[in-house]
Design a protein around this ligand. Structure first.
Ligand code: UDP
Ligand code: MG
Length: 317
């Protein structure tokens, strides 16, 4: 007998919990019949809600569902630790041989789980992952910066991140264990998923809008998250300082030569205050930027060395 787990991180999702539960329940019975008829594989199911310190009725609704369904479990955090922490807690606590990760808001269509299961069972993939092929329904400015982010990170980092990749995925136990070995504090799951490797089948689908509630991501939140991605998976920004340094040394050498020649030939009087100020401003700007980059990495190292827990559990079933 094999087990199939679905992990759903939830933060203030009172409007959608019931809907996603019903929907997953339906898909479970489909997968169960399919597995029995075609593979003689008896599947047991587990639904694991991670309540990421919700302030609304989310936990209450989850508890109610868990009381009536023995196969539903939950973990509730002591406060909001962020989706990354919720994903980690889910992966640590899921007991399935197949483990799926899904958003609560129905933007990840549960009915796709059947095809994802087939890809792993039938075609021998280790991971069935999903990506959006369109971003319709999303603010254009968000799409623009998202695309830019993928371009930049894929240039800078050896770990390739697929444009539009969602966290919605199904993995074998082996993959989950590999992800859990990456126990860093500053977690950027999209990068970690790609970093661990394995054979992945990609499913593309059109963007679906959330059924109810609203997104937890502000523009700044996303910007900060993308910087986490860059700092977590690339050290190229650290080299910017060295390259800029070399470039400015060369330029200044050239300038010194020009000034010496000018003075010798034309006996140029001391002038050029404006250009001097411009240069000072520019160079100090570059210096501050480079120190800032150093600071970014230093702060991550600082947080990492503290070895704080990634999440704290308040209640679980
Ligand atoms: N989420 C979470 N903790 C947070 C923010 C979000 O667990 O601090 C969950 C949220 O409940 C949802 C998923 O992460 O199930 C995706 O969030 P959302 O739909 O707001 O993001 P979007 O789809 O807009 O990227
Ligand atoms: Mg969403």
């Amino acid at each position: 007998m094999k087990k199939f787990s679905v992990i759903i991180p939830c933060y203030n999702e009172q409007e959608v919990i019931k809907i996603v539960f019903e929907s997953v329940y339906k898909v479970f019975s489909q997968i169960k019949t399919y597995a029995e008829e075609d593979f003689q594989e008896i599947l047991d199911f587990e639904l694991l809600f991670i309540d990421d310190g919700s302030k609304d009725q989310t936990l209450k609704i989850i508890q109610e569902i868990a009381d009536h369904n023995s196969w539903v479990r939950y973990i509730s955090f002591s406060r909001n630790f962020g989706k990354e922490a919720a994903i980690f807690a889910g992966l640590q606590n899921a007991t399935g041989d197949y483990v799926a990760l899904m958003d609560a808001d129905m933007q990840d269509p549960p009915k796709m789980l059947l095809d994802m299961y087939k890809a792993i069972k039938f075609e021998g993939y280790d991971i069935a992952a999903t990506k959006r092929q369109t971003r319709k329904g999303e603010p254009p400015i968000r799409s623009f910066f998202a695309k830019l982010f993928y371009k930049i990170i894929n240039k800078m980092s050896k770990t390739q991140i697929v444009d539009g990749a969602r966290d919605f995925r199904l993995m074998t136990r082996q993959v989950v264990d590999a992800i859990l070995e990456v126990c860093e504090y500053n977690r950027f799951s999209k990068g970690i998923f790609s970093w661990v490797g394995f054979n992945t089948k990609w499913f593309a689908y059109d963007n679906v809008e959330r059924v109810a509630g609203k997104t937890k991501w502000s523009f700044w939140g996303l910007l900060k998250y993308s910087l986490e991605g860059v700092v977590g998976f690339s050290t190229v920004p650290l080299q910017i300082a060295s390259y800029a340094g070399i470039l400015f040394c060369l330029i200044s050498l050239l300038m010194i030569l020009v000034i010496i020649v000018k003075t010798l030939i034309w006996h140029d009087p001391t002038s050029g205050w404006p250009s001097l100020v411009c240069i000072i401003f520019f160079i100090s700007g570059v210096q501050l930027f480079c120190i800032g980059v150093l600071g970014e990495y230093l702060s991550k190292t600082y947080l990492e060395t503290k070895k704080r827990p990634i999440y704290i559990v308040k209640d679980k079933k």
